[in-house]
Design a protein around this ligand. Sequence first.
Ligand SMILES: [Zn+2]
Length: 274
Amino acid sequence: MNEYLKNIMNSDIPIIKYDLFSKYDFINHGFTTKKGGVSKGYYSSLNLSFTRGDEKEDVLKNYHLLAEKIGEDIEKFVSSNQTHTNNIRIITGEDAGNGIVKEQSFIDVDGMLTNEKGIVLFTYYADCVPLFFADPVKRVVGMSHSGWRGTVKKIGAKTVDMMVEKFGCDRNDIITAIGPSICKDCYEVSLDVIDEFRKIFDEDRIKEISVDKGNGHFMLDLWKANEYILMDAGILKEHIENRRICTFENSDVLFSHRATNGKRGNLAGFISLR
Ligand SMILES: [Zn+2]
């Protein structure tokens, strides 16, 4: 197991954090593991999804436990509505509680941004790539869900563009992190997926992000693909952090869709301004 992951697993509710973000006391962020909740069976134990068949009371209890752990108000938690789009919503106080303590009020939202203090943005994962964003100068934070479809749709670049257009952020100031997700050694895809990437990357890049196994199957590196997309959007290389934690290889402590044939809960990435 990754040394960092091993160390934090001693905690009651382990939270994976990124140094680029942790150095600002006005940014609260992190990524959960399976440990520390009350859900049972294959949702055990810190499942944060209401939509995968788990007991609603258990999931809500998990959010309460997490709220206490991270020092935030559950009434201000905001859930995404992920459907592999590249739609990004700017979240305000009016959305507080959405999808967690209140009904879900919007659909098809895979990325969220806010500049309001206390609002906690939540996106969900079990192999797909979490992208964290913050501009510590303009004080804007965001998260985007970038599975292979979102990656082809360049949701990372779109998030950066929206930070610039809607909040006046400078690309040189924006910090990002690529969160726990399935790595290139574990993520096998078929040719049709690679063909989608050919629409956004030239052949040199395709060789950088994939390995042809010769049987119509490829190993795909979503981390590198997202790095390219973020750098093309003007993010500095030193502003992209990746702890290289693979969900599939660590499925004892992280939910992995592939490792469980879909019998799993959801992890969450969250970010807020204090
Ligand atoms: Zn792996």
